[in-house]
Write a protein that binds this ligand. Structure first.
Ligand SMILES: NC(=O)c1ccc[n+]([C@@H]2O[C@H](COP(=O)([O-])OP(=O)(O)OC[C@H]3O[C@@H](n4cnc5c(N)ncnc54)[C@H](OP(=O)(O)O)[C@@H]3O)[C@@H](O)[C@H]2O)c1
Length: 353
């Protein structure tokens, strides 16, 4: 994954009529243990940098709040951990406010690794495609490019179409089903003719899945009898597990898997705030000859347009619905990250900067 291009500690403030002179930034002060504690991310202010040739300055409007941010804060993974004192890494939607960059002009809308801050710098030397220009499409909101057409939407798309390869009549179980990725993955299962069962925390989320999104059943894992409900909802067993959670939920789904089922290992959120990676006993994978495939969306970035075009068409024709939970204020980003682990969001979680 490309590293974020963050505004380095500037030396000279630039005065421009429409641009604030300071940049609020959330910096990593300490590596969290469990949920984020006050002070793990600290708000600091820096003057805006002067632009040099080949740079553009963009105002961050929305931040995508993703479970992987908690991993980035803690440890090296598929990318290096965020360094202590560094602006917190994160995806965002931004608008170019000044430019000396030949490919980005004032007013262009972009998505990319903006970092958790008011302003970010787009670098000419950045060959890694950190920022993508976003076209204005009338029926799509800016935030859609962080959700249904953003990382979570395209993750669901490739996880389902490339890895799960759903067949008509199969049963798909999706965990964290009322979240950004799970809600789209389940709907893609419906589009392919699957029986779709979602697992989510709480009656409101379950109702949304069945009543609005068309899932065939939803299981509230916070109820004591949820495993029986899962069995009842999968009378023919499960052929596909779109796994977002891990731990006890994943094991309950594996118990329901049919011979030669497929597990799309998208995420293991139940382990991110614990030392335990929540992947203890994978023995049934062998006994049931299951196919488990982990994947990272960064491997699919060169096929972004394929996913975005299909997701956009499904959305336009009403086959795909999306929902967002929007938290107001950059300073609320640490609380928003915690919401992912306490289930405070329905659909895509976004911070409006
Ligand atoms: N492989 C990739 O490239 C890739 C890319 C994007 C995301 N992902 C993964 O996809 C998963 C979902 O990410 P997202 O961004 O779409 O977040 P999300 O689903 O919108 O939000 C996270 C949801 O997870 C549920 N959850 C949290 N802790 C849980 C626990 N201990 N047990 C059961 N459910 C729990 C909560 O819903 P409830 O109220 O239902 O508990 C929460 O709302 C994550 O595992 C993430 O790492 C992977």
């Amino acid at each position: 994954m490309p590293q974020p291009v963050l505004a380095a500690a500037p030396t000279k403030a630039k005065l421009t009529a429409n641009v604030a002179q300071t940049n609020r930034q959330l910096k990593l002060q300490s590596r969290p243990k469990g949920l984020l504690a006050p002070g793990d991310l600290q708000l600091a202010e820096a003057p805006l940098p002067s632009l040099t040739d080949g740079q553009a300055l963009a105002r961050v409007k929305y931040l995508s709040i993703d479970p992987t941010m908690r991993v980035w804060m803690a440890t090296d993974s598929y990318v290096p951990a965020v360094a202590i004192g560094e602006v917190m890494r994160g995806f965002g939607f931004a608008e170019v406010v000044e430019s000396r960059h030949k490919e980005f002009k004032k007013g262009d809308k972009v998505v990319g690794l903006t970092g958790l801050q008011d302003y970010c710098i787009i670098e000419a030397a950045d060959k890694r495609g950190s920022f993508q220009k976003i076209p204005s499409i009338p029926f799509l909101s800016d935030t859609a490019f962080l959700g249904v057409l953003g990382v979570t939407g395209i993750t669901a798309y490739f996880g389902m179409t490339d890895i799960a390869k759903p067949q008509k009549g199969e049963t798909l179980v999706v965990s964290a089903a009322a979240g950004a990725t799970g809600s789209i993955a389940g709907q893609i299962g419906k589009i392919h003719g699957c029986r779709v069962v979602g697992i989510a925390g709480g009656a409101e989320k379950c109702k949304w899945l069945t009543d609005d999104l068309g899932f065939d059943a939803a299981v509230d894992y916070k109820q004591p009898d949820w495993k029986e409900k899962l069995a009842a909802a999968t009378p023919k067993g499960a052929d596909i597990d779109y796994e977002n959670v891990g731990g006890e939920i994943m094991h309950a789904v594996i118990d329901r898997m049919n011979l030669h089922g497929r597990i799309v290992l998208c995420g293991l959120i139940s382990g991110y705030t614990k030392g335990d990676p929540a992947l203890e006993s994978f023995g049934m994978v062998l006994v049931k000859r299951l196919r488990v495939e982990g994947f990272l969306i960064i491997d699919y970035m060169n096929r972004y347009m394929e996913a975005a075009t299909q997701l956009g068409k499904w959305k336009m024709f009403g086959k795909l619905k999306d929902r967002e939970t929007i938290v107001e204020g950059l300073e609320k980003a640490p609380d928003a990250i915690n919401m992912l682990f306490t289930g405070g969001n329905i659909g895509k979680l976004i911070v409006k900067v």
